[in-house]
Design a protein around this ligand. Structure first.
Ligand code: BG6
Length: 305
């Protein structure tokens, strides 16, 4: 972004003691948020939350040190937005996996300092001919983020057309953990999931907490309880609460897949796990004309005693 555009952005949306806009890695424009509760970074490309670190904590989100930051390329880590479909497109394999929202430009719509010291930001997806070709349904997408001791993210889809449409979506959150061997995920016990490892999709039932000892790629269906990532190494529990999200995706590429992906770095897969608040597979959402659907996730950190 040119320095004129950056100063225009700052003069409209910067708030001293809360948020300012800068040139980030790979020339991406980023919002740097720092308030009395936490720090965070959001790239305007993809409305991508890259970091969130509550005061006194290690970073809660994992961001690859080997990621490639470039226009039109999804960032490996943080919270990529999968929208308006999750995974491969149902009919056209040439369309990008997980939709286009994570690689296109979003614009700032609002920033606000909240009375409790939190910072609120609202971004809107910029429609272009390319997005309209891939998604020919009149609609709008917004991301509302509240940065505080908790991180609240709302993905809002509004149907402005006269016909219903179906969306798949996910807040594809990469969590930073001490080591995958020190970690268990609770909250999905007894849920049915689609096991996608090896390209097949077998339905299974979760028995007990999730531990990761090999590649894991699962879509849990009809999930309701909070998900808890218990990290014995960092002695903390990350709590993920949701609303308007009926699926939870759990993903760790493990050794071979991470090597093939090229942006994880050696052993990168050991320090992360994705727990994604989603609506996918059986849980895609029908949005009726003139209505909106909100996928909400609230992430908090608790001490593990
Ligand atoms: C997960 C999918 O949500 O995202 C996996 O379940 C996929 O199948 C992973 O490999 C990463 O996707 P991408 O497109 O960001 O490399």
């Amino acid at each position: 972004m040119s320095s004129t555009d950056l100063s225009a952005l700052n003069s409209r949306f910067a708030i001293p003691g809360h948020v300012q806009f800068e040139d980030g890695p790979g020339g991406l424009t980023i919002a740097e948020i720092a308030n009395s509760h936490a720090e965070a970074t959001i790239a305007l490309q993809g409305a991508h939350v890259m970091n969130w670190q509550p005061s006194g904590q290690e970073p809660v989100l994992w961001l690859s040190r080997f990621g490639k930051f470039a226009p039109g390329k999804s960032i490996r880590g943080g919270v990529p937005i999968c929208w308006p479909w999750f995974g491969p497109h149902a009919e056209d394999a040439k369309l990008p996996g997980h939709g286009f929202a994570r690689t296109v430009m979003w614009e700032m719509l609002e920033t606000k300092a909240l009375p409790d010291g939190a910072t609120f930001l609202c971004l809107g997806l910029i429609e272009t001919d390319a997005t309209r070709t891939q998604w020919p349904h009149p609609s709008s997408a917004q991301l509302r983020v509240t940065v505080s001791a908790e991180l609240k993210i709302e993905l809002v889809t509004c149907n402005t057309s006269s016909a219903p449409f179906q969306i798949g979506e996910a807040l594809h959150t990469y969590f930073h953990i001490s080591d995958v061997a020190n970690m268990a995920i609770r909250g999905l016990e007894a849920c049915t999931y689609l096991d996608k490892v090896g390209g097949s999709s077998t339905r299974k039932t979760q028995r007990g907490p999730i531990v990761i000892e090999s590649e894991v790629d699962r879509v849990y269906l009809d999930t309701e309880a909070d998900c808890l990532i218990e990290d014995r190494g960092l002695k903390r529990r990350i709590r993920i609460a949701t609303r308007g999200s009926r699926s939870t995706v759990v993903w760790n590429p493990w050794i071979e897949k991470a090597e093939k992906m090229g942006d994880f770095g050696p052993e990168g897969y050991r320090g992360m796990v994705c727990v994604e608040s989603a609506n996918a597979v059986d849980n895609v959402v029908t949005v009726l004309p003139g209505t909106e659907h909100i996928l909400l996730t609230v992430i908090g950190v608790e001490a593990l005693t």
